[in-house]
Every structure is written in structure tokens, then in C-alpha cells.
Design a protein around this ligand. Sequence first.
Ligand code: F6P
Length: 541
Amino acid sequence: MSASALSGLAALAKQQGSLRQAFAEDPRRASRYRSSACGITLDYSKNLIDEQSWQALQRLAAQSPLNACLQAMLAGDKINNTEQRSVWHMMLRKTDVSGLTLDGEDIGAAINACRAKMTALVTQLHQGEYKGYTGKAITDLIWIGIGGSLLGPQMAVEALTPYHCSPVKLHFAGNIDGAVVSDLVKNLDPATTLVFVASKSFGTEETKQNALAVRQWFTDNGADSSAIAQHFWATSSNIHAAADFGIVADHILPMWDWVGGRYSLWSAIGLPVALMIGNEQFSQLLQGAEAMDQHFINSRFEDNMPLTLALLGIWYINGFGCQAQALLPYSHYLRLLPSYVQQLDMESNGKSVDSNGQPLTEASAPVIWGDAGTNGQHAYHQLLHQSALAVPADFILPLQAAHHLTDHHQRLAAHCFAQTQALMQGKTLQEATDECLAAGMSAEQAAALAPHKVSPGNKPSNTLLLPELSPFYLGALIALYEHKVFCQGVIWGLNSFDQWGVELGKQLSGPIYQALAGGEARALDSSTQALIQAFLQQKKG
Ligand code: F6P
């Protein structure tokens, strides 16, 4: 994408008027800026756009290589050019994968074989047929992984809590903070615990160390190598490393190099979800994502929901200079969605060079943050309403609740809609003054307090409505954000599928770990040396 097309957005942004006025002048604004896909409705009318700016954003998309890049992705071209990898996570949610081949490999057969294995394992676990080394049925499953090998299943399992039907309890272990594993195993029995080591690379330090600690717990409890083989599974593309760890070939589910970690929920990384909601509902999750894929692939640009979200994001980042984006699901069950989208968006597009290694002249991904509403209303929404920072927000609401407290749900929805309205319309000084006078204040008191009550308004938001938080709509929602991130990456001209920036910290932690273990620390800067000394002092004392 030419830098001038993006930099032209700033001039256009300056011309945007008041949203409150736009609504007053155009009674059709809500229907004009509204779209639907796979049952999900997007109201984007509370954005700082008018016909001119919206057309300019559409032109930006039309001039970008979006269509060509999408076709290249679908064709299996190695669009992750720095790692020479195809990007085929969409294939993992296709209902019919027969005949799919990549580089001469029968991918359709491989996907089907993996699905069949997952289904069989879930069925065995549900029916109590999977027995541990003492002959007792498995009661608990520990899922060890981090980043894309953890956040997706953790978020989806939480989101689909009302669908849980598993007799086997699920536990996640991600952080290398030893508190995680040591607390976890306190209440578990190795004889009835199955362990999954989820790591595409099988080289991630946190996952390896946690897996070793859990394996040691087995050994300490009398398990021999055949018991460990019976209880340990992996999902990885590094079969040799998994085998070296002691995991038998039959217990290694594939993770292909054409699936990025943060896009891997649809692979065997989704096993915890299948376990908790059952095989049929897991298929629904895949079908929801597949439905969104079809919408994304086949819709015209102007009706394309992922592209609409992408263009609005670009508008705020490159037109208005916004550096943050709030994600506010009004759903307790969706409370982990912001963390999941954080990795999806920030690890994909948080880059400073384009796919040819040339510096980007315009900013890319925003800081994604958020939590479930209404909690944030009593914490950080103050900043959204009154600070000088502009933070566009996505509000997400399932229309139907999965519980019987209907009045609670109505109140939740009222707050969700009220927040978007308050951000959009704000409160003028006159309104604030009138409010104070109506409350019985003197003119002097009203003049003193009113400025504090003013909300500038004109703060943009999207509202996404899901019919309900079912596996199908969750799948569609996740795919929506995946495709949004893809569109933005294409328009910014960067590679959304590598993550070289995470490597430096990993490299540097090696020598520091050695120094903390008593090794040489002299080559390190003085601050880092002092931190190491503080750690060593504490250890000695
Ligand atoms: O360090 C970043 C990262 O590579 C992520 O991209 C990935 O999701 C995560 O680590 C876990 O990687 P793996 O599945 O190889 O253990």
C-alpha cells in the first residue's frame, strides 16, 4: 500500500464533524452503517465517518492488494515469506477437506486423520474408557502450553462454559512461574491425570520446563517410563523433540508448519475445547469459523465485515493517531477474549518493517486491551469518556443469555448500549449546567461543578451483536477478528504471520539464567548486573 494513501487519511480525519450532529441530521445513519454476517450484526454507525471518508477508506481497500493476497493465501502460497510458510489455518475448519493438497502432501487426509483421533480420544475420556497406569479412569487433564498453544483453548473453554459436558476436569499450565504447576498438582493424582504438552516448536522454554516438572511429579509418585508414555500426549510439529521427551508416536497429534500458533485453535490445539463441550459442539465452533471464512472470501468489499473492522481500525490509527483499541465484551464468559485478541493482533501486526524488510512509514497495530463489561465501567471507562486520549472501542454483546436471570441480562445490555451512546454524544457544558441547576444547586455552584461533568463525546465505537454465545457464533467471531488482522496487515504491507520480535528476549534470558545460576555476568549492562546481584543476594540470605 502506498504510504501516501495512508498518510492522506490524517487530512481527511481533520474534516470529521460531530457524531451527535450526524445522527441528528441523518435518521438513516444507523441502517447506513450496519452490516451482518453469519448471524452477527455490526453497528458501526457510531464511528467518526461520513460518506466522503467512508468512500476514501473503501478506495484504500480497492487499491490495496487485498484480493491478490487472499487468493495467494488460499492457494497455499508461502505468504509468510520470512519463514517460507503457507498460511492455511482456514483449511482446518473446512467441513469438506477432501482433495486438499499442499506441496504434494495430502492435507485433507491428514486433517481428517487428526480430527478422527481427537474425536476418539474425547469419546474415550467422556466414557471413562481411558485408563491410567493403575487401571483407574482418567479424571483430570493438564494442558501445558503458552501463547497460541494456550490462549485460544483457554478463552474458548471459558466462553463456552454453559456447554460443558465433560466428566474429566481440565487444568491449564502456561506461565513458567513455578506457582502454577506446584499449586496445580497439589490436588491431583497422577494415576488419574492425563497430560498434554502443546507446543508447535516443542522448544518453548516455559512449556518444556512445566512439562518436565509434571513428568517429575509422575516419577516421584512411582510412575515408570511406560506409565509416563501412557499418560503423556503432545500436539506439535516437532515430532522428534516430543519423542525425545518420552511421548509415544501414537500420542503425538500434528501441528503443521502452515498453522501459526495464534491461529491454531482450529487444530489439535482445540482439543481442550472439544473435551469440554463435546465433539459435536466443537464441530459447530469450526462451522461458525468456516461460515465467516465464506463471508470474508465471497462478500463485496462494502459488505465485508472483517474488512469494515479493518478499515475503521486503520482510520483511527493512521488518520487520528490512536494508539490503543479497547475490546469490551459485555459477557462474563467472553472475559478472556481481549487477551486472546491481544496476541492475535499485536503479535501479527505489531511490526515496523514491511514484508520486504523496508521501514513502515505509518503506524501499525494498536495496543489491544479490555475486559468484560460492566466491570470496566467502574474502573477505566472514566478515561474513555473524559480523557484527551481517543480509544476506539469494540463492544460485544450476546443478545440471548445462557442463564435464567433475564433482568440481569437486560441491565447488562442497557449498560452496553448506554456506554456506546455516552461515548458518542457526550455531555455539553450547557447540559451539565442545566443538570446541576435541576438538582437544586445555585448558579455559582453549578458553574463550579459543570466543567467537571462535561464529556466531549465524539468517541467512536463499534457494537457487535451475537444472537447467543454458542460454539457457532464464537467460531464466527474469532474468525472475524482473524480476518480483520489479515486485512490490516495487507493494507499496511507487512507480514502478519511471523513474530521475530519475541526472539531477542528469549535469547538474552539464556546468559542471564546462567548468571543467576552463579555464572559469569560481566558482559551485561550495569542495570541488569545489579538486578542479578539483588536476586543472588536474596538467594544467599
Ligand atoms: O514466543 C512466541 C510464540 O512463538 C508464539 O507465537 C506462540 O504462540 C508461542 O510462542 C508458543 O509457541 P509453541 O507452540 O511453539 O510452544
